[in-house]
Design a protein. Sequence first.
Length: 369
Amino acid sequence: MDNKEKPVVCVGMSGGVDSSAAAMLLKEQGFDVVGLYMRLWKEKDSGQRDSAAREEADARRVAEELGIRFKVIDVRRDFKRAIVDYFLSEYENGRTPNPCVRCNREIKFGILFGKAMELGADYFATGHYARIKKYTEIDDEGKRREIFRLLRARDTQKDQSYFLYNLDQKILRKTIFPLGEFTKLQVRELAREKKLSVHDKSDSQEVCFISDKYYGEFLRRMKVKMHPGEIVDEDGQVLGQHQGLPLYTIGQRRDIRIGGTGPYFVIGIDYKRNRLIVYRSTVHKKLFSRRFSLSEVNWTADKPDEFPLGVKVKTRYRMEGVAAKVDKEKGRYVVTLSKKSRAVMPGQSAVFYRRDYVLGGGVIDKISE
């Protein structure tokens, strides 16, 4: 890229309204914009490959409408290894994966970010609903330094900061989130006003590589090991048969096939005896947890010097933050919530907030109470 009259920004474009609007806003702000479309792994014979071709065509058409350069980056092999295989392995081992968090870390802000830098871009951008703010701080020696903080989006209903806690200073200083100050409604209106062809396109599904509404069918097709076994209540009384423990998570109601009574909810998964433990209420004590350890912890800025650290924690994307303390015990980070939270699941992410700031987060490992 030899046009340095304007700062160059590479934008991850998916063919949807959000990434298209992000590219549009950056061009209006005076950037030399390059659209990067990722070819992702798609399941054979699922109809997804035709859908992917349409998405690529939509992204290319928007680039033409905006008059920006457009490049296709093939990450199918890396996506299959880092995201799909991880997803399958987590379920096979009794954990609940978070593929969107992993994709942001490994693919969007891993491979795609790196490709943008290789191409000579000054910045990388996406259509995420989040914000980045630069602050100048004075260290203990009186030296000034820049700190880039990750913040929640203005539109709290669309905020995606939960999925971005793995970003660090190296990435944040080179990243732009053009939609962070807008609501989704405003973004659609801007796209309509500028006559972008995708302005009324519906939002994409949550897990982009699964065409089914229920992930269990995908697991079956991908040959995840399934061993039918007993469904029991908390006293061990046999109530029925499950089709394979990877099909269930704590708190789940779906696919518990016990005729005549119910509804039942999963309160435990016993892999040693291949048993699914259920209860006829959503308020059983085993559905709630308040203390757990973390692995793969990342801090978006400086690692805290003193513990315990008072924060608010989200263990699911849509939940409200719960007041908590993060501490270090025997070299591991441990979170203690101020009140018990429902369906805290190993494999999911716990993200730390202080007001609108994302301090960091990690993967829930072991639940101790």
